[in-house]
Design a protein around this ligand. Structure first.
Ligand code: PLP
Length: 214
């Protein structure tokens, strides 16, 4: 784990250097879904604090058991009726995409960082809002006091060559610039270097750190 973590940080640093970015601008979210609390603690002890989970059911017991200074990033599909609970546990929700989720956010007692998920390649079956609804939705999110609109998030299409992700990441950056948000949650184990070159501020890395999921 230690070696993989060190290598990942080195790769992040190099990707930043290749486009003259400051590595401190890039937050590594260690995606710990399906991995046990022990594995999370291993990384925690190396000083890592940002972890990503995609199911509240799985996160809840981990949250109960693990140190409270962990910053949990919710990155999975989030049912409206779980939004409030998610804001209590998580420091950021990366997958805001519907008005009914937003309605539930209004009922929350805690202000939460949110990313709007964009279906960047307009793939059927994929979650995230479409580009042409982004502007209106972003205005709605900005009006909600319980939400701090941090940026945009996307899960790009599955690609063989990471270079194929570049146009999608570039597009997300342009969309973010257009609505004036600061952060971009994009890039996973296979394509985070390209994502960093295109401006990612939050990369979501699972397999590369923890090994293949079952
Ligand atoms: C699982 C997951 C990741 C991590 O994927 P890896 O390929 O294991 O790095 C990133 N983002 C989301 C939304 C995920 O569901």
């Amino acid at each position: 784990m230690e070696q993989r973590y060190r290598e990942l940080r080195e790769t992040v640093k190099n990707a930043c250097a290749s486009v003259a970015r400051d590595p401190n601008e890039v937050n590594i979210i260690a995606v710990s879904k399906t991995y046990p609390a022990d594995a999370i603690m291993e990384l925690y002890e190396l000083g890592h604090r940002d972890f990503g989970e995609s199911r509240l059911q799985e996160l809840q017991p981990k949250w109960e058991q693990l140190p409270k200074d962990i910053r949990w990033h919710f990155i999975g599909k989030l049912q409206s009726n779980k939004v409030r609970r998610a804001t209590e546990i998580c420091s950021a929700i990366h997958t805001l995409e519907t008005s009914s989720q937003l309605k539930e956010l209004y009922k929350s007692d805690r202000r939460c960082d949110v990313f709007i998920e964009v279906n960047i390649a307009e793939e059927q079956q994929k979650s995230g809002i479409l580009q042409n609804s982004l502007d209106t939705f972003a205005q709605d999110v900005i009006r909600c006091e319980q939400a701090n609109l941090s940026g945009l998030m996307t899960i790009g299409p599955v690609v063989k060559d990471p270079e194929q992700s570049r146009p999608y990441f570039e597009k997300l950056r342009h969309l973010g610039e257009a609505i004036g948000t600061k952060n971009l949650s994009m890039g996973m184990s296979l394509d985070f270097e390209v994502a960093i070159q295109e401006g990612a501020t939050h990369i979501r890395v699972g397999t590369l750190l923890f090994g293949a999921r079952e």
